[in-house]
Design a protein around this ligand. Structure first.
Ligand code: NAD
Length: 413
């Protein structure tokens, strides 16, 4: 039977494991598991052929105890309230783990952007912003890019939001530079993934130099993660996107593959062997980096994976039952809330620049990113050593402690 994935339940199972390890009281558990606010809107769009389609859009603001809620906006056919809720909760733990003054949120629209024109996507984004904008705010809730949403989508949001509330570049992050985006934001998630992979690999006896790395997904996160890992000396042997996967045991000429994909040619590399996305995950390698969608490592393929360590560049790529199987097999997993936190870290820097109306240099942004990620990794690694728990449990424990402390300090229960 295929594994039925209930995303929010999965996330809450991770939460419960950490809450048990922290002896968190029942009231605090209930408070931290319950989303603060959930909004669903209809998004009617006139399509290019003249027909009207009504899409559903969501925003879940999970917890704002530590600051305005923050999280991406996803355009995908499988978006639903359960997925958005789960991703919003992960954002609460991620922002707390890297210790930036935000809570967690996520949004999405159930749609197939691959089958829509740019004009249709623009109308969809603008209508969603008109209907959902009341819930956003510079000190309330700040969206960002996620799957299939780009700096251009963020630009439309800034423009549409501004027609009602006045020009407010900090209302979203991940904007184009010309509209107040931050240098380094586009690359930030992948850059952070590469840094954390190197730090964790070194501790786990899998040094990056020469390590055979497989990256699933070649979008914003996967492409930059692969590029920076290549620059740090790793050998990228497997790559994929939604259309399929490529294998090159000698290692890809990553800059060439990257440039070709960015020029619109898709994922291609002369001489590479074509395999399926399922096969890709099960190839022999040192480090496997799922960087596409959630739920790709399940109880079905987990027993067959041959990677020596897994780095979750995507959010929730491993189901709870697969997580248990991999833990049992002793395969270390660097959890999403640590591995991919570079994006929200630089989003924080972008938001801070917007509020101050003062632009940073890219080197300064990258330095801040590197320091934040290194500190978060060191804190997680210390907790692993102290408590003998997995990286995931340690990360969740640190994050939950911080949010619970903020809730207690605020009082008001
Ligand atoms: P994206 O839309 O830029 O790229 C997604 C990539 O996944 C594309 O290459 C697509 O072809 C590929 N893909 C889709 N379905 C696939 C499949 N079935 N098999 C293989 N590849 C497939 O999205 P992104 O921003 O790179 O996000 C990827 C993941 O990283 C998501 O889980 C997202 O939540 C997470 N994430 C993104 C950011 C960010 O800053 N963009 C930050 C943190 C986490």
């Amino acid at each position: 039977m295929p594994e039925k994935v209930n995303n929010y339940e999965n996330t809450n199972r991770l939460f419960d494991q950490a809450a048990d390890a922290l002896n968190l009281d029942a009231e605090m558990r209930l408070l931290l598991k319950t989303p603060f606010r959930e909004i669903q809107v209809e998004v009617p769009v006139r399509m290019d052929d003249g027909d009207l389609e009504v899409f559903l859009g969501y925003r879940v603001q999970h917890n704002g105890a530590r600051g305005p809620t923050k999280g991406g906006l996803r355009f995908h056919p499988e978006v639903d309230l359960d997925e958005v809720r789960s991703l919003a909760s992960l954002m609460t733990w991620k922002t707390a783990l890297v210790n930036i003054p935000f809570g967690g949120a996520k949004g999405g629209i159930t749609c197939d952007p691959g089958a829509m024109s740019q004009a249709e996507l623009e109308r969809l984004t603008r209508k969603f912003t008109s209907r959902m904008g009341f819930a956003f705010g510079l000190h309330r809730d700040i969206p960002a890019p996620d799957v299939n949403t780009t700096p251009q989508v963020m630009a439309w949001i800034v423009d549409q939001y501004g027609t009602r509330y006045g020009h407010t570049p900090g209302i979203v992050t991940g904007k184009p530079l010309e509209l107040g985006g931050s240098p380094g934001r586009l690359e930030a998630t992948g850059r952070g993934v590469a840094q954390i992979t190197e730090l964790a690999g070194t501790d786990l006896g899998i040094p990056l130099k020469g390590a055979r790395v497989v990256v699933q997904g070649f979008g914003n996160v996967g492409s930059f993660a692969a590029l920076f890992l290549h620059q740090r000396g790793a050998r990228i042997v497997g790559l994929s996107d939604v259309r399929g996967a490529l294998w090159n045991a000698a290692g890809f000429d990553l800059p060439a593959v990257f440039d070709a994909a960015k020029a619109g040619g898709g994922l291609r590399s002369p001489g590479a062997r074509e395999i399926s996305n399922e096969e890709l995950l099960e190839q022999e390698c040192d480090i496997l980096i799922p960087a596409a969608l959630g739920g790709v490592i399940t109880r079905k393929n987990a027993p067959r994976l041959k990677a020596r360590m897994i780095v979750e560049a995507a959010n929730s790529p491993i189901t709870t039952s697969a997580d248990a199987i991999l833990n049992e097999r002793g395969v270390p997993i660097v959890p999403d809330i640590l591995a991919n936190a570079g994006g929200v870290t630089v989003s924080y820097v972008e938001w801070a620049q917007n509020i101050q109306a003062f632009a940073w240099e890219e080197a300064q942004v990258n330095e801040q990113l590197s320091r934040t990620m290194a500190r978060a990794y060191a804190e997680v690694a210390a907790r692993v050593r102290e408590r003998g728990v997995s990286l995931r449990l340690a990360a969740f424990m640190l994050a939950i402690e911080r949010v619970a402390k903020a809730e207690r300090l605020r009082g008001g229960l």
